[in-house]
Design a protein around this ligand. Structure first.
Ligand code: GDP
Length: 456
């Protein structure tokens, strides 16, 4: 990893657009740009202050490639912490490539995926979890995913981890000080306080780990299965939810329509409807005799299951079986075809919690169903303060941290010597450091940043 060379990449999406932005970063960014850019006011880019924009042409010897705007950011006041030049050119793929190649011929190198952000990390502009959030932000496709990535990028998660780390570091130094003075039998660290701190850290770590359940589904979309007997109204409900009428619904079980994965956005969270082709084809989806064998796979795969039944024919006993087989944490019971019945049929199902009555056909009470879905998946967690973990790498570090904290706790109970205690504390500090990148390896950085897009 060397920051000595100057890198260039297209920062905007590839393909034609109104405008494209090429980003150059490194020690020669301004000087190379100055050679290839002819300002309309004859400005020398080397003499321009940081955060300024200049109009001119990119010229390859005597051939004018494009009229462009060049923005200058001088180190360390840039995204990467190095000298950065951003060239806004006209967005034809041809122009983009010509300028890119021209800069490469003049001493720049084509950037690797995520290399700008990697440099930002290496130059201390952001920590590792913030850098990872940049990738999440670019990939976010719902309001909730965006909110979490934004919070992480702005350092919400990092500052929580840093706080934990500082508190523990304080103890580590006190205990190590004690070891230096071991002959003199002095105690700097208060073991009782350490015990309390470790318990607090365990609690916080557990809360963070717990938040991943939500964080993960928000980042990747919540998998939803709609199951129920043939003719319960699954297909009709699907259409109502998707707010489209183009799907075919018929009286005859087996209405077909090929379909791709269907997405639903409810209150800013993205839901992925599983096997909607199955629903429409009425195959492999049937809960025959209220047994769920054929739908099992789908139910296992799903984060939540909408168990749809016809209120006019289903019995409480059958519904009870569903609850047992699907599990209370996943199931949302939905009684359909309320338009064909009187409201008092609802009393048959009084014993069930998490139950919604709708008419899929008349689009009645669909909002209540959507609210029940949001409540089941998100609850009040997004409104609450506090960090939501979305990154599997962080989860792995937090799990190891928890084990190290447990070791400290056991050590304290067993009254082990200070040097052993210090070792366990160092271990816990290590895992905290891996999240923010205080402790990292080249392999790990390669792995993380290779998942970025080029130009970021
Ligand atoms: P699926 O086999 O579970 O996918 O059921 P469909 O969605 O194909 O619906 C079967 C039949 O029930 C169709 O004739 C629908 O029009 C009808 N149906 C679905 N939902 C309702 C509803 O809420 N009220 C009434 N009256 N009929 C419905």
């Amino acid at each position: 990893m060397t920051n000595k060379d100057t890198i260039i990449a297209l920062a905007t999406a590839s393909g034609a657009g109104a405008i494209a932005v090429l980003r150059v970063s490194g020690p020669k960014a301004i000087s190379v740009s100055n050679t290839l850019f002819k300002s309309i006011h004859d400005k020398n880019l080397l003499n321009q202050p940081t955060h300024t924009i200049h109009l001119g042409h990119i010229v390859d010897v005597d051939r004018v490639l494009d009229e462009v705007l060049v923005s200058i950011y001088k180190n360390p006041q840039s995204y990467t912490g190095e000298d950065v030049v951003e060239i806004s050119c006209h967005g034809s793929s041809y122009i983009q490539q010509e300028i890119l190649q021209l800069f490469i011929r003049n001493g720049c190198r084509s950037a690797n995926p995520g290399e700008f952000t990697l440099r930002a990390f290496l130059n201390g502009k952001m920590d590792l979890s913030q850098a990872e959030a940049v990738a999440d932000l670019i990939a976010s496709d719902s309001a909730a995913a965006h909110q979490i990535a934004m919070q992480q990028m702005r350092g919400g998660f990092s500052s929580e981890i840093k706080k934990l780390r500082e508190e523990l570091l304080n103890f580590a130094s006190l205990i190590e000080l004690e070891l230096d003075f071991s002959q003199e039998d002095v105690a700097f660290a208060n073991k009782k306080e350490l015990e309390i701190l470790v318990q607090q850290l365990q609690l916080k770590t557990n809360i963070l780990l717990e938040s991943f359940k939500l964080g993960n589904v928000i980042k990747n979309g919540v998998q939803v299965a709609i199951v129920g007997k043939p003719n319960a109204g699954k297909s009709t409900l699907l259409n109502t939810l998707l707010n489209e009428q183009r799907a075919l619904v018929s009286e005859i079980p087996g209405t077909t329509r090929d379909t791709v994965e269907e997405l639903l956005n409810i209150d800013g969270v993205l839901y992925k409807l599983i096997d909607t082709a199955g629903i429409r084809q009425q195959t492999g989806d049937v809960i025959e005799q209220m047994g769920i064998d054929k739908s099992k796979e789908k139910i296992i795969q799903a984060d939540i299951v909408i168990a749809l039944f016809d209120v006019n024919t289903a019995t409480p006993e059958q519904i009870h079986t569903w609850e047992k087989e699907i599990g209370l944490d996943k199931i949302i019971l939905v009684g359909n075809k309320m338009d064909l019945t009187t409201a008092n049929i609802v009393t048959n199902f009084n014993n069930f919690k998490n139950i919604v009555f709708i008419s899929a056909k008349d689009k009645n009470n669909i909002e209540a169903l959507k609210n029940a879905i949001t409540q089941k998946v998100v609850g009040d967690q997004l409104k609450k303060e506090g960090t939501i973990v979305t990154n599997a790498r962080h989860v792995s570090s937090l799990k190891k941290l928890l084990l190290a904290l447990n070791d400290i706790e056991t050590g304290l109970i067993q009254n082990v010597t200070g040097d052993l205690l210090a070792l366990d504390i160092r271990q816990a500090l290590h895992y905290l450091g891996t999240i923010t990148g205080e402790i990292t390896s080249e392999d790990q950085l390669d792995f993380i940043f290779s998942k970025f897009c080029i130009g970021k």
